[in-house]
Design a binder for this molecule. Structure first.
Ligand code: HEC
Length: 139
């Protein structure tokens, strides 16, 4: 692999299998322990847009995972700079996670991470209030 051909259209081929995942009770099994949410609202909003465009097809709308790929809200890489190795440089490409560095830059990846951290905090708070977030699969 020379790494050139991979990232042009990360959504194209490998995603079909993820679009109709079985309805697993994901919410119950997840332990959400995100790092502190320190980004400003503008960054989080930008991250939301970028996530919707680049990541949601596989990782779920509103970052609620469908059970077949990791739910990013619970990812240990939220608090860890290996996030960039995975998202930009393809550290997990053999597992089906394409490198996005031809599509987004480091700042974009940072905004996406800020958004996912923000979502993890939202949903953690919701859970404590006793009203679990509905899965994004329900629509
Ligand atoms: C084509 C489908 C697909 C798209 C699009 C996609 N991912 Fe992934 N992603 C995967 C798969 C599959 C894995 C699981 C690798 C494994 O652990 O087996 C993964 C894993 C990850 C992980 C590691 C999670 C963990 O805790 O193990 C991160 C972080 C991640 N993706 C971030 C992103 C971000 C950010 C985007 C958008 C820029 C994105 N992904 C877009 C399929 C995708």
């Amino acid at each position: 692999m020379n790494g050139v051909s991979v990232a042009k259209s990360p959504l194209s081929s490998s995603c079909a299998a993820f679009l109709t995942p079985p309805p697993l009770p994901v919410e119950e099994k997840l332990a959400l322990n995100p790092p502190a949410s320190t980004a400003d609202p503008a960054t989080i909003a930008r991250g939301e847009q970028l996530f919707g465009r680049n990541c949601a097809a596989c990782h779920g709308e509103s970052a609620v995972g469908g059970g077949t790929v990791p739910d990013l809200r619970a990812s240990s890489f939220l608090g860890n700079d290996f996030w960039y190795e995975i998202v930009l440089n393809g550290a997990m490409k053999d597992a089906g996670m394409a490198p996005f560095k031809s599509v987004i830059d480091h700042q974009d990846a940072e905004a996406i991470r800020a958004y996912v951290i923000h979502r993890a905090h939202e949903d953690k708070a919701m859970k404590h209030a006793g009203s679990p977030v509905k899965s994004a699969l329900d629509h």
